[in-house]
Ligand binder design. Sequence first.
Ligand SMILES: [Zn+2]
Length: 306
Amino acid sequence: MNRRTLLKSAALLPLVPASQPLLTTAPAARKRSVRFAYIGDTHITPDTKPMESIAKCFHHAQNQADKPSFVLHGGDVIMDALKQDRDGVQKQWDAWHTVMKADNSLPIEYCIGNHDVWGFEGAKSDPMYGKKWAVDLMKISGRYRSFDKNGWHFIILDSVQPKPDGMWYTGNIDPEQLDWLKQDLAKTGTKTPVLVMSHIPIFSPTAFFSEQNNKDGNWTISGGLVLSNTPELLKLFYQYPNVKTALSGHMHLLDRVDYNGVTYLCNGAVSGNWWKSDTYQQTKAGYALIDLYDDGTVERTYLQYA
Ligand SMILES: [Zn+2]
């Protein structure tokens, strides 16, 4: 093509309207993809205080002028199924469903917490022993899973595992689940922003809250506080720059850690100090509004509902 034909074909190109700038240097403004309420560590019992307070929390979230579109429950829905018999566990789930029916109209997604696992010694041969009961009542497809919401990929992990002696619990992502996680991330690719949810934190400084975790000058952080295979997860996430945020509960404490491009958020607790008081260590009882944006950024607003 010589200069003459080049000019000729250029002349055939449609004219750009004068009002439309040819070059923009400013980056496009981020757009919010989704706002949801993180509600976790509710530890419900059939007592008045937890039931009324949890109802209040759900009303607080639903009465926001800028309303969340769904609830993500980060686990420990009920006070405890680890050591309770069938009747005791049933009463706690009944209390939960009573509040959900009366006081929540938002869709709700669940992540399993350690206290949702039925670990009662005398129930070992019961088909509902372990996670089956919670999975059924939470109406989730399995103990771990993933789904998409408005351009974000959500991965809900099961961080609660039996110890080598069969007793509950310690925190890690078991080999079967880790294989699934690797496949799920590979399938998602490196563009879609990813949120990871695990009840027990993957990476959190809240484990340093207590001098009891320091013996003779050395920190001892159990897998029950921070997952024991965190190093493996950090390496895996590093391969996927689109893994943007990892939420947790469990500690009843509030933190934010930015590490290798991932924002780790531990999100307090609705029950505060397990309903004994509204503050645990220095963290007030509350829940969080989480805003996810199309550029992969995340904002959290922690709110007290009482
Ligand atoms: Zn808890």
